[in-house]
Design a protein. Structure first.
Length: 99
């Protein structure tokens, strides 16, 4: 049986979700440096997930990865609300690809 989303990709997606959720919590608490740090960690996991995902899962992982990078960019500029919105969108894509 062929799966479009490998176990390895799923593990990286799960780790990315954990880091992304922590980034949101930190951002809401006003800790923009920690928001940035956790978004970066999430993006590293997403990069690995993109490498091994296939099909529609890969499309969602790539979109999630792009939104995490937008979040990092906004967080570094001090725009926590925009960064949080991008992390939320990344989470939506990760969940959609991790089905």
């Amino acid at each position: 049986m062929f799966f479009s989303f490998s176990v390895l990709a799923e593990q990286h997606a799960d780790a990315a979700l954990e880091q992304a959720n922590t980034a949101i919590v930190q951002g809401r608490e006003g800790n923009i440096d920690l928001l940035t740090e956790h978004a970066i960690l999430a993006s590293h996991h997403m990069e690995e997930a993109v490498k091994v995902a296939t099909g529609s899962a890969k499309v969602h992982m790539e979109s999630g990865y792009k939104h995490l990078h937008e979040a990092i960019k906004h967080a570094r500029q001090g725009h926590s609300s925009k960064a949080i919105e991008h992390v939320k969108t990344a989470i939506e894509h990760i969940k959609a690809g991790n089905k």
